[in-house]
Design a binder for this molecule. Structure first.
Ligand code: GDP
Length: 309
């Protein structure tokens, strides 16, 4: 990363040889390059502006030590700041999934249609069933997991979750399109309690855009289920639009974390920074494949490198 961004800045860096400090004058041009790099990575414009302002503030007056050029020093500041904003400031355990609740721990999945909710439900279920869960840095063992779909608008969605659950090797609670989402949720919670499940993951309906009816519905599900985790699933390819979607979901629900999907695609991951900034909530996982094994814990440092390109 440092090499790459340095390459971007090298033209500017050359003209600054011999300067010992980052100053208003010599950082201005470099910051323009940083701004461009972030916009290319699809970070939303207001987020870029705020970020560049922060970097400028941190960089000014920074002594350029030893062999560092002002350009390299600035890149260092950018990288550090980006890692911090990606969640490095939240501490080492911020990306962990919390299950610290009288079982069943309920996880509510929220997001637009096509964001990868159902796939991520399967991935998470598999990960928990196979013992991937970590708390305070330690694995907590295999979990008994139940999944249910409250998407009554697309019968295919319920079928899809059934297939995914079978692949993940976890139990699937049947539901039908003529049921009310709240009844589905209530039944599933009751079933999970009676059969001593550790975790219940509730997949929900998504629309193509932000929709007040649907927001009210998921709010009602949240009130009924009292989930310990409410995960906002967002497609990394959404780019700039991720900001509006994240804002709408964050306003509607007390989100506890974010899953950024489809990072195996071309997206540079700028949406990670945008969503983190808008919601203030930690990114917890990234989706890196269509396959159920394609789920990874989120690493702020790695994402910072990806965004810088
Ligand atoms: P939902 O409508 O939010 O439930 O979205 P789905 O789970 O049905 O996912 C929509 C599409 O995105 C499907 O074709 C998934 O296979 C695909 N998908 C989901 N997550 C990922 C991911 O991390 N990487 C890739 N490449 N595809 C994904």
């Amino acid at each position: 990363m440092l090499d790459n961004l340095t390459a971007r800045l090298s033209r500017v860096v050359k003209t600054l040889k011999g300067e010992a400090r980052l100053t208003e004058a010599n950082t201005q041009e470099m910051l323009r390059e940083v701004r461009l790099a972030l916009l290319e990575a699809d970070v939303a414009l207001p987020v870029v502006r705020e970020f560049v302002a922060r970097v400028k503030e941190k960089a000014l007056g920074e002594d350029v030590a030893g062999s560092l050029t002002p350009g390299q020093a600035l890149v260092g500041v950018v990288h550090k700041e980006l890692t911090t904003l990606m969640g490095g400031d939240l501490g080492p355990n911020a990306t962990e999934l919390s299950l610290a609740q009288q079982p069943p721990a309920v996880i509510l999945m929220a997001g637009l249609q096509g964001s990868g909710k159902t796939t991520t439900t399967g991935k998470l279920a598999r990960w928990l069933a196979e013992g991937g869960h970590v708390q305070n840095g330690r694995k907590t063992g295999k979990k008994k997991v139940l999944v249910v779909s409250a998407d009554v608008y697309r019968p295919a969605a319920i079928e899809q979750l059934k297939t995914v659950a079978a692949q993940a090797g976890v139990d699937f609670m049947p539901s039908t399109a003529d049921q009310k989402p709240e009844d589905i949720a209530r039944n599933a919670l009751d079933h999970a309690r009676r059969h001593h499940y550790d975790v219940l993951i509730v997949d929900t309906a998504g629309r193509l855009g932000i929709d007040e009816v649907l927001m009210n519905e998921i709010r009602a599900l949240h009130a009924l289920l009292n989930p310990i985790e409410t995960l906002f699933v967002v497609d990394a390819m959404l780019g700039q639009d991720a900001v509006n979607v994240a804002k709408a979901f964050n306003d509607a629900l007390p989100l506890t974390g974010v899953v950024l999907t489809k990072l195996d695609g071309d997206a540079r991951g700028g949406a990670a920074l945008s969503v983190r900034q808008i919601t203030g909530k930690p990114l917890k996982f990234v989706g890196v494949s269509e396959k159920l094994a394609g789920l990874e814990p989120f690493h702020p440092e790695r994402m910072a490198q990806r965004v810088l390109g």
